[in-house]
Design a protein around this ligand. Structure first.
Ligand SMILES: *[C@@H]1O[C@H](CO)[C@@H](O)[C@H](O)[C@H]1NC(C)=O
Ligand SMILES: *[C@@H]1O[C@H](CO)[C@@H](O)[C@H](O)[C@H]1NC(C)=O
Length: 248
């Protein structure tokens, strides 16, 4: 009896611990490096998902917004070129940017806002577990945007160094997009299930074209000054007086 009770207790303990472990693994699956094979997915977003299918993309140009802050606009398109099936109507759960691992500095951080409101969960700079050595992402998760609320939503990132002043402060430093001009950021937009992850880019606005100085058109004070002088050989002299002249 005593040994039966002990065995039952042991079994219950094993079950409880096993359950707790699996619940833990489930909850943190996304971030658990042991759940994926390192280096198994060579390309951003370093996940097994469809990078061309989805309603959400970055508008092509980001804007600087002062003090190491940069803002991106989200565009929603549900046309046949952008998405098919469930990816067209799925909510926008998470955005990941392809970033330079040199920005992963202890104490350095990124504050993210959506339409001026801080994201529920802080933005995280992280290694990409399934990506090649040196790959890293900036993750903004639990966004809770849908195809209506995401349209034109503005996502701003404030890049903060650590106390020692180390860390990235510009998108030229943060964003890794080989083949694109410096400061171009590549992002993937995920649904909750992470099946759809359309990848898009946003770059720096081109410098404004040199200003075209319009010719100054102002009324002239004197345009032509003329004096009428009788010719030397005055064949048929005729003289106008002012009144006749004005009447012609
Ligand atoms: C991704 O989705 C597109 C439809 O938008 C489809 O044509 C393509 O086959 C999908 N790719 C994969 C790898 O599932
Ligand atoms: C993502 O960044 C890595 C460097 O970490 C780079 O090799 C890769 O080409 C980038 N991918 C995209 C799609 O920009």
């Amino acid at each position: 009896m005593a040994s039966f009770a002990k065995a039952a207790f042991t079994l219950a303990t094993v079950l409880a611990v096993g359950w707790a472990l699996s619940a833990h693994a489930q909850e943190y699956n996304e971030y658990d490096p042991s759940a994926v094979t390192p280096g198994s997915i060579p390309n951003f977003p370093f996940r097994d998902c469809n990078t061309t299918n989805g309603a959400y993309r970055l508008a092509p140009v980001w804007r600087p917004s002062g003090s190491n802050t940069y803002c991106f606009k989200i565009q929603v398109s549900q046309d046949a070129l952008s998405c098919t099936g469930a990816c067209c109507s799925a909510d926008l759960h998470k955005i990941e940017f392809n970033v330079s691992s040199s920005c992963l500095v202890a104490g350095a951080s990124v504050v993210a806002t959506v339409n001026g409101v801080r994201t529920r969960v802080g933005a995280t700079l992280d290694k990409a577990p399934a990506g090649p050595v040196g790959s890293a992402v900036l993750r903004l998760t639990q966004l809770g945007l849908d195809t209506t609320t995401a349209q034109d939503a503005e996502v701003c990132l404030t890049l903060k160094t650590n106390r020692g002043g180390q860390g990235c402060t510009t998108l030229e430093q943060l964003c890794s997009s080989p083949g694109f001009p410096a400061g171009t950021c590549t992002a993937a937009m995920f649904d909750v299930a992470c099946d759809c992850c359309p990848v898009s880019q946003a770059g720096q606005a081109l410098p404004p074209p040199p200003p075209v100085i319009p010719p100054v058109l102002r009324p002239c004070d004197v345009c032509i000054a003329a004096t009428i002088v009788p010719p030397a050989n005055d064949v048929r002299p005729y003289r106008y007086d002012s009144a006749t002249c004005a009447a012609i």
